[in-house]
Structure formats: structure tokens, C-alpha cells
Ligand binder design. Structure first.
Ligand code: NCD
Length: 317
């Protein structure tokens, strides 16, 4: 396996920083990784001797496991800890913790943090690769990439495709990474949500903004639903979950407005009956579990690309 030479990736901090060629190269590499994941022995020797540290200062189920699995499938050594078990809860600053981590000489640090910009802060100060696994409401680039991968796998070229993103856009790092990535690949994005969940300045992403779900979903090739990020909201921004479901939830009737082949996507964790009805989440058009499957391949591609750029892969070093 060789990383395309165009793919120089010392860190992965956000999709804002990547161009269309780099995104496409990562997705192509992920397709090769997916083929490995479908073999009986799902393992490559390429990152033998590389240490990947997962540093999650915010809760996660899927993303942390997905990164750990991705690293192991490339034969890297992984080590991880969560905030509640680390000295951060004893008042140590992020930089001091990070310096201590660096003293253990990891090659790549995968970080999730509740503060936007934390991965950038570390990337400037540490002497290893940094991969952003979600920073506050800012970006979640590997989620964006796995979403793009899933769309491209099912729909082909994304140029001109209509993608609806519905829900809590303001607090969603998933939405932000998708907005960057989809714009770069030429898709038309339509966002919709309650006024309190639509941030100002969305137009800078070149997307259409709707106050109601229906015009966003109408004729869409993809309908992506987002969880209400209560942990990032000062006050409750919606009167009631039932009411939210009535106006913005994706049920079978609303999904009928989209193209018959439309994909239903959700980054998880889902709140069934709030942003998505169970019949749709488990329905034929749902690719929600395929997103999870593709996430491992995408993260293998990202870890491999960062390691190869740093000369750490078996071929390069
Ligand atoms: C998302 C996240 O943490 O940003 N989940 C994920 O990584 N799969 C979305 C969410 O929490 O709603």
C-alpha cells in the first residue's frame, strides 16, 4: 500500500484545511482499507512499531473504538485514556498533560476535546502527528470523511448532488466538517433547523438555509440528521422533544419528499423519536451502520497517511 504523493498530511485538524484532491485521495485510500477489512484476516503490517495514543477528553463510544481498531488493523501499538481517569480531573493544564504524553514518545495523538482549537494547539506544540477526533462545536474531520465516503460509495460522484443536513447545525462539529467537505466535492448542501440552532454566517459555506425541514429534504439525494447537542447549549433551545420531532424529525412521510434512492444518515448517537423515527433509522434507506463500518476504513487511511507523511510507515522508514 502506498499513500498518494499528493497526500501530504502531517496532521488532520479539519476538512477546512484540505483541498478536493486531498479529500479524494483519502477516500480512495480508504477504499483500499475497506477491502482489507472485508478479508478474513483484517490486518496490515504497515504501521508496525508506530505508537498511536488516543487522548479523549470528552465522551465517545464509536469514534474512540473506531480509531483504536483502525490503528490495530495497521499493526500500530495503541494506548488510550479518557479524561475521567487522567490527571486533567486533578487540575493539570492541557499543555502540561500533552507534554507528559509527548515524553512517552507517541508518533500520533488522536484527540477529542470539548474546546474548539485544542488539536491545533497541540499540533503547534508537540513533535508528533495530531488527528482531530472532534473539537467542541468546531470540526470532526474523520466523521466528515466517513460521511463523504459513504455518500460517494452509494451515489458515485458527489458533484451536483443535493444533501440535506437537518437539526442542530450551530453546535454540530459533524455539520461543520460536512459543510467544508461537501462544498469542496461540489455537492449542494441545504441545511434546516429551528432558528436557535442555525448559526449566523452559514452562507459562507455556500449552502442554502431553510427555516423548515421540507424544502431542504425535497428532492434530496441524502438526508443527514443531527442530534441536538444539549451538552453544548447554554439553555434549552427547543420547547419540547415531541414538538421538535413534529417539525424537524425525519419520519417516513417526510422522507418521501426526498428522492426514492435517498440515503438516510446519522453520525450517532441517535435519539430515536426526537430527530429520527425508528422506522426510518432502521428502514431500507438507512446507511447508519454502514457509516460506522466505513469509519474504521477512513481512520485507517488517515492514520496511514499521517504516518507515511512523517516517514513512519514500513515502506518509508
Ligand atoms: C458526534 C460527535 O461526537 O460529534 N458523534 C460521533 O462522533 N459519532 C455527533 C454527536 O455527538 O451527536
Amino acid at each position: 500500500m502506498t499513500a498518494p504523493s499528493a497526500l501530504q498530511l502531517r496532521h488532520l485538524l479539519g476538512l477546512e484545511d484540505l483541498n478536493a484532491d486531498q479529500i479524494t485521495a483519502l477516500l480512495d485510500l480508504a477504499a483500499q482499507m475497506k477491502a482489507v477489512n472485508q478479508r478474513r484476516i483484517k490486518k496490515l503490517p504497515t504501521l508496525r512499531g508506530v505508537t498511536v495514543l488516543t487522548f479523549f477528553v470528552e465522551n465517545s463510544t464509536r469514534t474512540k473504538m473506531s480509531f483504536e481498531l483502525a490503528a490495530k488493523r495497521l499493526s500500530a501499538d495503541t494506548m488510550g485514556f479518557a479524561a475521567s481517569t487522567s490527571s486533567l480531573s486533578k487540575g493539570e493544564t492541557l499543555l502540561d498533560t500533552a507534554r507528559n504524553l509527548e515524553a512517552m514518545a507517541p508518533d500520533i495523538v488522536v484527540i477529542r476535546h470539548s474546546s474548539a482549537g485544542a488539536p491545533h494547539f497541540l499540533a503547534e506544540r508537540l513533535n508528533c502527528g495530531v488527528v482531530n477526533a472532534g473539537d467542541g462545536a468546531h470540526e470532526h474531520p474523520t466523521q466528515g470523511l466517513l460521511d463523504l465516503y459513504t455518500m460517494r460509495e452509494k451515489l458515485g460522484d458527489l458533484t451536483g448532488k443535493k444533501v440535506a443536513i437537518i437539526g442542530d447545525i450551530a453546535h454540530s462539529r459533524v455539520a461543520r466538517s460536512n459543510l467544508h467537505g461537501l462544498a469542496k466535492l461540489g455537492a449542494h448542501v441545504h441545511v434546516a433547523g429551528p432558528a436557535t440552532m442555525l448559526p449566523p454566517g452559514l452562507e459562507q459555506f455556500g449552502c442554502s438555509v431553510h427555516a423548515r425541514a421540507e424544502p431542504a429534504i425535497e428532492g434530496a439525494d441524502v438526508v443527514m440528521m443531527l442530534r441536538i447537542q444539549r451538552e453544548r447549549q447554554g439553555n434549552d433551545l427547543i420547547p419540547h422533544a415531541h414538538e421538535y420531532h413534529r417539525f424537524f424529525g425525519l419520519d417516513a412521510a417526510r422522507l418521501k419528499l426526498a428522492q426514492p434512492h435517498a440515503l438516510v444518515m446519522h453520525p450517532g448517537p441517535m435519539n430515536r423519536g426526537v430527530e429520527i423515527a425508528p422506522e426510518v433509522a432502521d428502514g431500507e434507506q438507512s446507511v447508519i451502520l454502514q457509516q460506522v463500518e466505513n469509519g474504521v476504513a477512513v481512520r485507517m487511511a488517515v492514520l496511514y497517511a499521517v504516518a507515511a507523511t512523517r516517514g513512519l510507515d514500513a515502506v518509508g522508514g
